[in-house]
Design a binder for this molecule. Structure first.
Ligand code: HEM
Length: 405
């Protein structure tokens, strides 16, 4: 038998910040709601009341359902902030098939496991060089600024063909775009600046192509398959997604390990690549940094978990609590680097599942297997309660991580 809940919001003011006590756990109210039932309603900044989906199995089913749309301009889409202007905000991550698949296909090749593995030695050198600089420099040092941000930024710049010298510009604008408390006009302006920057770069590569992903896109522009504006949109998506997420995983992952010294010791003292691989999956599951939920609009009625979700309603898959679902992960609140966590939803699920996941995994494997081995006495240079957490960002992490050794 199916039923619909009344429209009264059960969780006001979603999203809320994580527990004051444990900065790695999802907000406790999400755990309560997950226990009570699979679907609940939440109230957003604009007064809308989309469904919140808290259980792992339902989240995967809905993310794989073609009646569910990622288009932010569909009625009912639970937007994290007011939308300014028209058109798709950030390329194919907010489009549906077939247009999503058409654009995504144009950039899949560099992210295959084989191509990513070929980059491993270069990433290892980036990591080793940055650690040499850390060890030669003053301490304490902010690990975010000196290590967590430069690693993925250098890698994505090399892959795209973006000059790393411009990192202050693109990091500042990315920060504004993913800050959910930023004024919508400011976010739109930051996005406009990045699109303009990529557009100019593509123009230069059109005249003078190199051996990089953006130059590859200019071939598509020349053949008429892709407009230069869409190419710039793809460039912006890859540039933001390519450094913000991984940087937060490096810094927050390091903090989580410093707070779990037994687990850190396992990783530091091992030469077993299998353990490094499983540690990365477990940290992705446990920390789940994209904590705003996967947001979608419903295009046609869907019956799930004894409920009917109507066309025109919004959906938020709270993957942070999905990754702590005891039906999918026994003893889910324990950080256990030896567990098999590969089926986590930290990279999403369905057609929008993270394109860059092989690259992110490889970068994190190199970082986690090198940093603590080379600096075995690494420790926080301040108290945990002094660390500024990114409660206001659509990607969770820390703004600064002062460390010493
Ligand atoms: C630890 C690091 C990362 C995490 C946790 C992460 C997480 C995610 C998640 C959850 C999604 C799904 C979004 C949705 O369904 O709405 C996604 C999509 C995406 N990610 Fe990542 N990501 C990471 C690193 C990267 C990297 C390094 C790149 C490469 C440039 C990248 C590129 C993308 C792209 C292009 C999409 C959109 C895919 C599509 O819509 O088809 N990500 N990511």
């Amino acid at each position: 038998m199916t039923s619909t809940l009344d429209s009264a919001a059960e969780i006001p003011d979603y999203p809320m910040t994580r527990a004051a006590g444990c900065p790695f756990d999802p907000p406790p109210v999400l755990r309560e709601k997950q226990k009570e039932g699979p679907l609940t309603k939440v109230r957003l900044w604009d007064g809308s009341t989309p469904w919140l989906v808290t259980r792992y199995a339902d989240q995967r089913a809905l993310l794989a359902d073609p009646r569910v749309s990622a288009d932010a301009y569909q009625p009912g889409y639970p937007s994290p902030t007011a939308l300014v202007g028209s058109g798709s905000p950030i390329s194919f991550i907010m489009m549906d098939d077939p247009e999503h698949a058409r654009l995504r296909r144009m950039v899949t090749a560099p992210f295959t496991i084989k191509r990513v593995e070929a980059m491993r030695p270069a990433v290892q050198k980036i990591v080793d060089d940055l650690i040499d600089d850390l060890l030669a420099g003053p301490k304490p040092v902010d690990l975010v600024e000196a290590f967590a941000l430069p690693v993925p930024s250098l890698v994505i710049c090399e892959l795209l063909g973006v000059p790393y010298a411009d990192h202050d510009f693109f990091q500042d604008n990315s920060k504004t775009i993913i800050n959910r408390d930023a004024d919508p006009e400011q976010r739109a302006a930051a996005l406009g600046r990045l699109v303009g920057y990529l557009d100019t770069l593509l123009g230069e590569k059109l005249a003078n192509p190199g051996d990089d992903l953006l130059s590859g896109l200019t071939e598509r522009v020349k053949s008429g398959e892709l407009s230069q504006r869409d190419a710039a949109g793809i460039g912006v998506l890859l540039l933001i997604a390519g450094h913000e997420t991984t940087a937060n995983m490096i810094a927050l992952g390091t903090l989580a390990l410093l707070e779990h010294p037994d687990q850190l010791a396992l990783l530091r003292d091992t030469a077993d690549q299998k353990l490094v691989t499983s540690a990365v999956e477990e940290l992705l599951r446990y920390l789940h940094i994209t904590h705003n939920g996967r947001r979608r609009a419903v295009l046609a009625d869907i019956e799930i978990a004894g409920q009917v979700i109507r066309a025109g309603e919004g959906l938020i898959m709270a993957n942070d609590i999905g990754n702590r679902d005891p039906d999918a992960f026994p003893d889910p609140d324990r950080l256990d680097l030896q567990r098999d966590a590969r089926h986590h939803v930290a990279f999403g699920f369905g057609i929008h599942q993270c394109l860059g996941q092989p690259l992110a995994r490889m970068e994190l494997q190199v970082v986690y297997s090198t940093l603590y081995r080379r600096i075995p006495t690494l420790r926080l240079a301040t108290d945990l309660d002094q660390i500024p957490f990114k409660h206001d960002g659509s990607v969770y992490g820390v703004y600064e991580l002062p460390v010493t050794w």
